[in-house]
Write a protein that binds this ligand. Sequence first.
Ligand code: FMN
Length: 167
Amino acid sequence: MDAFEAISKRRSVRKYRPGEVTRQQLSQIVNLGRLAPTGRNEQPWEFVVITDRTRLRQLARLADYGKFIADASACIVVLCRPTKYHLEDGSAATTQMLIAATALGLGSCWVAGDKKDYAAQVVSLCGAPAHYKLVSLVAVGHAAEIPAPAKRPLDEVLHWETFGAAK
Ligand SMILES: Cc1cc2nc3c(=O)[nH]c(=O)nc-3n(C[C@H](O)[C@H](O)[C@H](O)COP(=O)(O)O)c2cc1C
């Protein structure tokens, strides 16, 4: 699958069926995450991959809109040192990992981390130093259902030269 196809096919998967996702696949996903651009090339991130079912359930309990993490094969927790651009950096890595998972034929979903009351508890559950920031939780697994939410069309969002110019 090339990059165009993987980006086009990616959708947030919130229903998972049982099935193994190998360490090699998870390493491949994190590997593409760590190649994302970062402000000043600071690469402030750490990726904690959780596959233990008890710990997946603990994450699911914390994440108000991430209950499906309990059924995923893995959850990649994206943590960043607090730098000027850590949120952009961690978000860029998150996006690349979602695309990588799609390219491997896996489902995934970005679950919010930043701004959430449970962020500190997730940092602690990961055993990370308390000053680390939770950017996202990335559920990964075999999709039981792939939704297709509507996207705004290109000709509505694309503006040549100036905002509001004739299309
Ligand atoms: C910053 C951010 C936070 C998100 N948090 C959640 C979340 O907590 N739970 C969830 O189910 N989806 C979450 N999503 C996924 C969005 O709901 C999803 O991307 C959006 O509905 C569009 O669907 P698509 O990803 O299938 O294109 C989040 C996405 C982003 C970018």
